[in-house]
Design a protein around this ligand. Structure first.
Ligand code: ME8
Length: 510
């Protein structure tokens, strides 16, 4: 089955930060999990390069919008492999094929009668590139998101007949209760619609940095129309000589934070209806990562700069921390203290240390060969159905809950090691069978949790699976059955070297 997942395309007026990494990692976790299920995945991310946010930032830096876009788009592009994001394409809205396709789609919207000429008068935030209605603005005509004064604008523009979609949008929300997730975001978007939709300007007369309107090239398109269309246009040129539209459209899920819900949950479906295109299936709106009033760790400095975290601890640590700490769908505070604690107690101890101890014992007591599967390990029940439950979580886009479930299994393995105390069993030759069963249980448990954890922490799980001779298992969720299917388990395999997965913080940081 095709599965198409997207992130927002990020403005190139600034460099990437942890918030951008968070959305992109979330979409990557979904993409990797779906690939493990054998789905035909297309995962898109990229940069939003036109409009006022970029034009003004370029002016302030004494450069051209194109130069600024080239420089910062490259920073976003470079971030992707650093955080192990497996996107299939990186779209830039300054790509010529994107602009050509935007013009084609918007011409269709025009031909279908959803565009007219008029006079725009109102308040505008140049950082949001958003026209604010009275109830959307802060006190004294300010932007509630950027806390800057709004600008009163009055210009001849072309308008998109958003109001014509009032009923169809209400119907869409009624028909598809999962159109916007989680539920409180659905309610927020619906109440915006119920408040009454007004037509929106779709062009800017005073700006030249954008896609010219095909029917009136003296004006450029309002950046949000150009930007939203990326989800559609990318499919037409991501693969040379191939149009992926029919294979992947409509998208399965658009991932974003709550700042841009109105554009995605309201404008976007209306625009697609106006262009006779099917609608995406769902959108997932996550919260904000908050670092307000943060006391920085002395030893690590401002380590929550994603680039610094990766340099010191690797991308797995960043990916894990983000999704364990900040529940997908909620706001969440991040802190260097929180990072240190999770890194040390969970990644280094509960996973990394368990893995190295297990392999060391197999080396010492069984000459480096994992014992064959016994009749019973005592773990079967805990692991039964884990892969299916994980899939159910992912189908509901419960990414953090999915990670929490797998982590309970990691903790179960730690308790198992303590309860069985293989280092004691090894002292008594009469208990060799028990020792075999325990070592097998630990190795097999580690194999299964590593497959389940692979979408979250791809690097260390790959190393762990390679060390027990099961590297290929990472690519298929079907192999994540405790005991293995048709001899696919860990039993009988020769173990290899396992590098230290998560070195203790003191050693890495200072
Ligand atoms: O809005 N916490 O681009 P943008 C979590 N170009 N996520 C955050 C975040 C935070 N503190 N800060 C940013 C735009 N994000 C438009 C989008 S899409 C067709 C056009 C993430 O660079 C989050 O995904 O301002 C948010 O929605 C996005 O970055 C905004 O990125």
């Amino acid at each position: 089955m095709p599965y198409y997942v997207t992130t927002p395309i990020y403005y190139v007026n600034a460099e990437p930060h942890l918030g951008h990494a968070y959305s992109t990692i979330g979409a990557d976790i979904l993409a990797r999990h779906m690939r493990q299920r054998g789905e035909d995945v297309f995962f898109l991310t990229g940069t939003d390069e036109h409009g006022e946010p970029v034009a003004r930032a370029a002016e302030a830096q004494n450069t051209t919008p194109q130069e600024l876009a080239d420089r910062n788009a490259q920073r976003f592009k470079d971030m992707m492999p650093l955080i192990d994001v497996s996107n299939d394409f990186f779209i830039r809205t300054s790509d010529q094929p994107h602009k050509d396709e935007v013009a084609r789609v918007m011409q269709r919207v025009y031909d279908n009668g959803y565009v007219y000429e008029g006079m725009y008068e109102g308040w505008y935030c140049p950082r949001c590139a958003d026209f604010k209605s009275e109830h959307e603005m802060g006190e004294g005509h300010t932007c509630p998101i950027h806390k800057i004064p709004l600008e009163q604008q009055s210009e001849q523009s072309w308008f998109f007949k958003l109001s014509a979609f009032q009923e169809r949008l209400e119907q869409l929300f009624a028909d598809q209760p999962e159109w916007v997730m989680p539920r409180h975001r659905y309610n927020e978007a619906l109440s915006f619609i119920k408040g009454g939709l007004h037509d929106v300007a779709l062009s800017r007369a005073k700006l030249s940095w954008g896609v010219p309107l095909p029917w009136a090239p003296d004006q450029v398109m309002y950046v949000w129309f150009d930007a939203l269309l990326n989800y559609l246009t990318a499919l037409t040129y991501a693969r040379e000589g191939e149009n992926l539209h029919d294979r992947f459209w409509p998208a399965d899920v658009h991932v974003m934070a709550k700042d841009i819900i109105k554009f995605h949950a309201v404008y976007w479906p209306a625009l697609l209806m106006a262009a006779d295109e099917p609608l995406p299936k769902r959108m997932f709106v996550h919260g904000y990562l908050l670092m307000g009033g943060e006391k920085m760790s002395k030893s690590l400095g401002n380590v929550l700069d994603p680039f610094k975290v990766i340099e010191l601890f690797g991308s797995d640590a960043l990916r894990f921390y983000c999704y364990r700490e900040v529940s997908f769908g909620q706001d969440g505070a991040v802190s260097t203290e929180g990072f240190e604690t999770r890194y040390n107690t969970e990644l280094a101890n509960e996973y990394g240390n368990l893995a190295s101890r297990t392999l060391a014992m197999i080396g010492r007591y069984r000459d480096g060969v994992i014992p064959e599967e016994p009749d019973e390990t005592g773990l079967e029940e805990d692991f039964a159905g884990a892969a299916d439950e994980l899939s159910t979580r992912f189908d509901a886009l419960e990414v953090t809950a999915a990670l929490d479930d797998v982590w309970s299994l990691v903790r179960r393995l730690n308790r198992y090691a303590e309860e069985r105390a293989p280092w004691q069993l090894a002292k008594d030759p009469e208990r060799a069978d028990e020792l075999d069963a325990t070592l097998y249980g630990l190795a097999e448990g580690l194999r299964v949790v590593s497959i389940l954890l692979h979408p979250f922490i791809p690097q260390s799980t790959t190393k762990m699976l390679a060390a027990i001779g099961c590297e290929a298992d990472a690519s298929s969720l079907a192999t994540a059955e405790f005991g293995g299917r048709e001899g696919a388990g860990a039993g009988g395999r020769k173990i290899g070297e396992l590098p230290q997965l998560f070195p203790k913080l003191e050693a890495a940081g200072d």
